[in-house]
Design a protein around this ligand. Structure first.
Ligand SMILES: Nc1ncnc2c1ncn2[C@@H]1O[C@H](COP(=O)(O)OP(=O)(O)OP(=O)(O)O)[C@@H](O)[C@H]1O
Ligand SMILES: [Mg+2]
Length: 406
């Protein structure tokens, strides 16, 4: 094992399970050394519905990644999604107790602890408590209050919760595959590490990850996370629409979507044709790409309108100063950015994962954003926590996030 260790990220998506193994270099860069994927059949809309099928897929992807890396996985960071995830902003306030009213780590810990004193239904568990900014004696916008003088310390946090039973099902699948869990991470939090720039996060940006079963949204501003939501619509809906619209089987519709799918037919290619196999042995038909776009576009608009309505309802449209970033496998659809730009009236770009070395070229597509982000998130957590014996302390060094206190 290299002296800097390994990080493992597992994205358990509706379409596929991805296992990535990263090796840390002396400069704390991550080299991707193992990649494994397996078709995922045990999830519906981002949630585990079949434990055996899911743990089988994890094991398959794990074996592939281990073989490539020549490394046996022990523990991993696991992404989570699904409409059961709910998040909200909260605030904690404490009196500074440290000597001479100098804010200590303990004050910060108590303030964060306080922010969790909101009523959370008994069937839900906290997955993340992420500090956004601190307020010291009415002075707001403080990123790190450690060592500052003050009487009152307040912290604003973003709290992410999930349904205990559904989170537990995810844990069970991973553990059945013989893998320990470092931490369960909200997909959007991981994905943002892989596709957003530091400047975008400071200025204000939204990320929209359209996978197979879900659309995962997050909004960042002033370097912090303010809003997350998950909509149970994604690429599978496009495939179904194509299957119905062209009267063809789902696997054929999926192939057609990936090969020819577009939201707006590219100029000059309106008349380009697609051969569509028919069901029940009838002769294949030839259809125009324009027709395909006419089937796909309304669904894309529906998803973006839902996201837009949510963002406006929560009052975050003013936060999106650097626009929106689309990622996830469905972001590969041609013309999707244009349609999003029209609906949101904001600049939109496609986000691919970046920033790692090694076999990175093989995962540089929007489908791998979450898995790559899990490695980057994992690196931050492990750095902040130091050697493994300290990991249960419950507080990250930089106070980036907090483990659920056991
Ligand atoms: N070239 C392409 N054009 C259009 N869609 C594509 C393309 N490649 C992949 N997709 C779609 O992307 C989706 C898979 O994306 P991704 O791997 O991000 O999903 P997932 O993480 O498994 O699912 P989820 O995040 O919803 O749980 C599928 O619906 C697939 O059809
Ligand atoms: Mg996904």
């Amino acid at each position: 094992m290299p002296k800097n260790g390994h990080i493992v990220g597992i994205d358990i998506g509706t379409k596929k399970v991805t296992v990535l193994i990263g090796a840390l270099t002396d400069e704390r860069k991550i080299e991707v050394i193992g990649i494994g994927t397996a078709d995922s059949q045990g999830l519906r809309k981002g949630v585990v519905v079949n434990l055996d099928a899911t743990s089988d897929a994890i094991r398959k992807a794990q074996e592939e990644a281990e073989l490539m890396a020549g490394f046996k996985i022990n523990a991993a960071f696991i992404g989570i999604s699904g409409a059961h995830i709910k998040s909200f902003n909260s605030r904690g306030v404490v009196a500074v107790s440290g000597k001479n009213r100098v804010i200590s780590r303990d004050d910060i810990r108590r303030a964060i602890e306080q922010s969790k004193a909101v009523s959370i239904p008994p069937d839900r568990e906290i997955l993340h408590v992420i500090p956004q900014e601190y307020v010291v004696d009415e002075q707001d916008g403080i990123k790190d209050p450690l060592g500052m003088n003050g009487i009152k310390l307040e912290v604003n946090v973003h709290i992410v919760t999930g349904a205990i039973m559904l989170v537990q099902n995810l844990r069970t699948c991973v553990e059945r595959a013989g893998i320990q869990i470092e931490k369960i991470v909200l997909n959007q939090i991981a994905t943002s590490e892989a596709v957003l720039t530091h400047d975008e996060m400071e200025l204000g940006v939204g990320i929209i990850d359209i996978g197979a079963g879900t659309t995962e949204v997050a909004i960042f501003e002033r370097g912090s996370l303010w809003y997350t939501s998950i909509i149970p619509l994604g690429g599978d809906n496009f495939t179904n629409d194509i299957a119905v619209g062209l009267r063809t089987a789902i696997p054929d519709a999926e192939k057609i979507k990936k090969k020819f799918g577009c939201v707006i037919a590219p100029a000059g290619e309106e008349q380009e044709t697609v051969e569509v196999p028919s069901v029940s042995g009838r002769k294949p038909r030839v259809l125009s790409r324009q027709l395909l776009a006419e089937i796909i576009q309304p669904r894309a608009e529906e998803i973006f309108r839902l996201v837009d309505t949510d963002i406006k309802r929560m009052g975050y449209e003013k936060s999106l100063n650097s626009g929106l970033v689309l990622t996830g496998g469905t972001a590969l659809l041609e013309g999707l950015e244009e349609v999003a730009e029209e609906i949101f009236d904001l600049p939109v770009r496609r986000g691919e994962p970046a920033g790692l070395g090694g076999l990175m070229d093989r995962v540089r597509t929007p489908e791998y954003s979450t898995a790559v982000g899990l490695l980057q998130y994992g690196r931050e957590v492990l750095r902040d926590l130091g050697p493994s014996k300290d990991r249960k302390r419950g507080l990250f060094g930089k106070l980036k996030d907090m483990f659920k206190e056991e």
